[in-house]
Design a protein around this ligand. Structure first.
Ligand code: FO1
Length: 443
């Protein structure tokens, strides 16, 4: 049922008898989840299936905004799994210790988990794979074309990965089967003490939750709203931050509450126009290019992850005079001289979301108004991960490097500070959309 090319053995241990554990991590949903579907097929009709989530105390600087969204989604996962006869447990502490212990206590026969290229997950999986006496099996539930299949190296740009994806998408852009309930008696666990989980988190509570409805059902509703009400005209309105034209699905994708594959299937089924093509390019090619980059480049979260030509040109212009230089705090508090930039930062602070076009302008101005390219990269990434609901994601790491250091982009006409990194400015924005309206909305 699950295409074998989505499945990757992370250790070399033999499958033995005993319950199957699905270690849910990136794909925090019950339906349209290839990892859970594979765990389900391993369980068959004679093994219990248990879902475990390893809760990291402080995940890469995540704040209350992120954990609130994630926990609310996971509470619904627990209920939906229970309706399918599948218990759900939360393991708090270092996953490299808690998961192997849980597997031993349960007498598990195998553990299935999600493909995730971010380093912390790769480290968790490496440590756990060594300690487990049973197989640790990775399934790519995030990419339509599995990242390990589409390419075995870092791709240069969208134009180099696009043909590889298009060649394979007919095989992988398939309908996802329903999750069959488990009838075998499962070991019983106490319901998760969500109140206790929330209180136990030493997490930065100064970044307030946002009013986007979390959870798998909310993700499906948001997809349906996008396909039925906002996909028409997406191609030309997608770069206008005053339009509600973008899909607004990135937080649901980031927390795995919605499958990008489900979005691709629904959009493709809605028609064959320019709007569909434009959105599928963003959803499949751009998103899978980001996973490809993070999988193959360990410096994905640093300026050193940029291409040599970009580092060279930024170095050559390192000492160019900056018209303005702001600190992290001045950027964070939207205290620059630019009303447009401040408006974008205010949208980010208040909503945990910034329109894609504005994200590029926003990050490029941080390059222009920071003391060095390294400072600029660090400031842009830190603000992105602290305030964007979809922060700490391959898309975010790539987006910041695209803006600040031309990743997956080409060289442009050379200018001060930027060198040959693509330049953007307010006049360019004014040609695209009503800047004054955007500023009135957010300032
Ligand atoms: N994944 C986990 O498996 N356990 C966590 O405790 C966890 C916390 C978390 C907090 C904020 C955030 O943005 C992501 C978080 N993730 C966690 C990772 C997330 O599930 C995604 O897998 C990756 O961030 C995307 O690669």
């Amino acid at each position: 049922m699950v295409n074998k090319k989505r499945i990757f053995a992370l250790n070399r241990k033999p499958l033995v008898s005993g319950p199957i554990i699905y270690w849910m991590s990136r794909e925090q949903r019950v339906h349209d989840n290839w990892g859970l579907l594979h765990a389900r097929e391993l369980a068959g009709n004679d093994r219990p299936l248990v879902v475990a989530f390893c809760l990291a105390p402080a995940f890469l600087g995540a704040t209350l905004r992120h954990y609130d969204f994630m926990f609310t989604g996971l509470e619904k996962v627990e209920q939906e799994l229970a309706d399918h006869g599948i218990p759900f447990v939360v393991l708090s502490g270092d996953p490299v210790k808690t998961l192997p212990q849980f597997a031993r206590d349960l007498g598990a026969g195998a553990v299935v988990t999600d493909f995730d290229p971010v380093k912390i997950k790769q480290q968790w999986q490496g440590g756990i794979g060594q300690q487990l006496e049973v197989p640790l099996i990775e399934v790519d539930g995030h990419n339509v074309v599995p990242a390990r299949v589409v390419s075995n190296k870092q791709e240069y740009a969208a134009r180099t990965i696009r043909p590889k994806i298009h060649k394979l998408s007919h095989e992988f852009l398939e309908e996802l089967p329903p999750l069959e309930p488990v009838t075998v008696g499962a070991p019983s666990f106490d319901p998760v003490d969500w109140q206790g989980v929330r209180q136990s988190m030493q997490v930065d509570r100064s970044v307030a939750p946002v009013n986007i409805r979390p959870g798998e059902k909310a993700g499906r509703d948001a997809l349906s709203d996008f396909v039925h009400n906002r996909l028409l005209g997406y191609a030309e309105k997608r770069n206008d931050p005053n339009e509600e034209a973008t899909s607004r699905l990135s937080a649901y994708f980031h927390f795995g509450q919605l499958a990008p594959q489900r979005a691709a299937l629904d959009v493709a089924a809605s028609g064959k126009g320019e709007d569909q093509a434009s959105y599928l390019e963003e959803l499949i090619v751009r998103r899978e290019l980001s996973d490809n980059y993070c999988l193959h480049n360990p410096n994905y979260d640093s300026l050193q992850g940029a291409a040599p030509w970009a580092l060279k040109t930024l170095n050559e212009h390192r000492d160019d005079p900056r018209d303005f230089i702001y600190t992290y705090e001045e950027f964070e508090q939207a205290k620059t001289h630019s009303g447009l930039w401040n408006a974008a930062q205010q949208q980010l602070l208040k909503t945990g979301f910034m329109h894609g076009y504005m994200r590029m302008f926003w990050a490029k101005k941080i390059l222009e108004w920071s003391a060095s390219p390294e400072d600029a990269h660090a400031i842009a990434l830190r603000l992105n991960d602290r305030y964007q609901l979809d922060g700490r994601d391959p898309n975010g790491y790539v987006g910041v490097l695209w803006s600040v250091a031309g990743l997956h982009d080409r060289a442009w006409k050379t200018r001060s500070v930027y060198g040959s990194i693509r330049y953007m400015n307010e006049n360019g924005c004014r040609r695209k959309f009503n800047v004054d309206e955007y500023c009135r909305t957010w300032l």
